[in-house]
Design a protein around this ligand. Structure first.
Ligand code: SAH
Ligand code: SF4
Ligand code: F3S
Length: 456
């Protein structure tokens, strides 16, 4: 590649899970620290970071079409193509292959190595292409700059990687082994997020409830410590694995008021033979017993999960078991996917891969059952009074959008501002959101210019 002007502006595009969103924010901060500015809305950037996801085939293929589009339509002011960095899980999984397949890419950087971006950018400016998919001993977290201004709801990655090796999943290969960040670092970062405007923090991890510190303290201890931060109103965590759902964490849902009544606990399928073939290491029954314990600790908890339809060998009767489980649990909201064979995973070479038409039909049936459950959950909330954290403006003038404690989207009108925690009565339910009536509120701490935002 010929040498080019070092980039003056950047754009980071993140795909996939919330941990990628967190990583994308951190990369943006790192680039800003290097004196590179975010590109203005609608303007071509000198450097584009595609922070990719490899979880399903479509997600991975998208990267190549995005690169093609950038070369064609993303020209810099001087007519040259932007510098392109591929980061995230496709970078980790395909490394050199991306370099071979996409000559327009200057650098490929895996999810554990992106703190090395600045030196890779310098090399790219000199015309050298580079790949870094190491999982270095020094962690990226130790070398990243401080947080800038954040919205009312912020992410904090506490744990990364996965040792579970479900037979369909790429994450153990793209993110590496489970690591837990240090307790004190997390408390410090949480305080900085709160100082920067966060009123809610969602603790993130591929198996967030597997987080342990060096003294063996579990996630509930971290939640307890964060709950002591005055201006922090809400704590959430995601994604959890059933096998790491400890008594301590379940009790935290009873004891710690700031821990929101919501649990994302993927089950993937409702049949034990399929779960065994997936290497999930829990059964339908052991999963249901965990939910019983969680509900005993926090009766109003909203439950969520992930499902895969059409895992190799799944029969119609086995799929029916999944529908039965969905109807039995009464989930508040869920994600559901068609099984996608991922190269290098054991399931990709299993016999009896399911044909697309069957997959489509199962996904439709599952989603109909999940939507019905979600609507029923929302309808059961009508009449409740709850706090809503205001996150943004709604579609109409004077309208606000925020989240209930149960992670439902709620819209309402009245005197409020982004970052306020307001008291709302839920008055109408749809499948995807609820309408609320504003009762009163507590303005965010830095809005001392106003008293209570109480209006009827
Ligand atoms: N660690 C989390 C989820 C990580 S991936 C857990 O174990 O629950 C997010 C979701 O993507 C998974 O829960 C699963 O439902 C889905 N998924 C992962 N691999 C997939 C594949 N090969 N095909 C389809 N869906 C997949
Ligand atoms: Fe993937 Fe299973 Fe690990 Fe979740 S627990 S990240 S689905 S391997
Ligand atoms: Fe995708 Fe990687 Fe997350 S594969 S779901 S971005 S861990």
């Amino acid at each position: 590649m010929p040498p080019v002007q070092p980039p003056r502006t950047y754009r980071v595009k993140s795909f996939g899970c919330q941990m990628n969103v967190y990583d994308g924010e951190r990369m943006a901060e790192l680039l800003a620290q290097q004196g590179i500015a975010p590109a203005a809305e609608g303007e071509a950037a000198d450097l584009v970071v595609l922070n990719t996801c490899h979880i399903r085939e479509k997600a991975a293929e998208k990267v190549y079409s995005d690169i093609g589009r950038l070369v064609k339509d993303g020209r810099r002011a001087d007519g040259s193509a932007p510098m392109i960095a591929v980061a995230g899980c496709v970078a980790q999984a395909e490394g050199e292959e991306i370099m071979a397949r996409a000559p327009a890419v200057s650098m490929v950087v895996g999810p554990q190595a992106y703190h090395r971006l600045p030196s890779m950018i310098a090399e790219a400016a000199e015309g050298r292409r580079s790949v870094d998919t190491d999982m270095p001993a020094e962690t990226k977290f130790d070398t990243l700059p401080a947080r800038r201004k954040v919205g009312p709801s912020a992410f904090l990655t506490v744990q990364e990687g996965c040792d579970k090796f479900c037979t369909y999943c790429v994450v153990p290969y793209t993110r590496g082994a489970e690591i837990s960040r240090r307790f004190s670092d997390l408390v410090d970062e949480a305080k900085k997020l709160v100082d920067a405007g966060a009123r809610e923090i969602t603790l993130l991890g591929q198996n967030v409830n597997a987080w342990r510190d060096a003294d063996g303290r579990g996630l509930e201890k971290l939640v307890e410590e964060l709950a002591a931060i005055d201006a922090l109103a809400r704590i959430r965590y995601t994604t959890s694995h059933p096998n790491d759902m400890t008594d301590g964490l379940i009790a935290a849902h009873r004891d710690i008021e700031k821990l929101m009544p919501f649990l994302h606990l993927p089950v993937q399928a409702g049949n034990d033979r399929v779960l065994r073939a997936m290497n999930r290491s829990h059964t339908v029954d052991s999963y249901l017993r965990i939910l019983d314990r969680v509900r005993a600790a926090r009766p109003d908890i909203a439950l969520s999960g992930d499902f895969i339809v059409g895992f190799p060998g799944e029969t119609n009767a086995e799929f029916d078991d999944t529908i039965r489980l969905v109807e039995q649990v009464g989930y508040a909201q869920c994600f559901s996917f068609k099984y996608s064979p991922r190269p290098g995973t054991p399931a990709a070479t299993m016999a009896d891969q399911i044909v697309p038409e069957v997959m489509d039909e199962r996904l439709q049936r599952l989603q109909a059952a999940l939507n019905a459950g979600q609507l029923a959950f929302n309808q059961a909330s009508v009449g409740k009074r709850c706090q809503v954290l205001v996150e943004r403006h709604g579609k109409h003038a004077g309208q606000w959008l925020g989240k209930s404690p149960w992670l439902q989207s709620v819209h309402f009108s009245g005197d409020a501002a982004i970052g306020d925690l307001v008291e709302v009565e839920l008055i109408e339910a749809g499948a995807n959101s609820l309408a609320g009536r504003l009762l009163g509120g507590s303005p965010r701490p830095d809005r001392s210019d106003r008293g209570m935002a109480a209006v009827q």
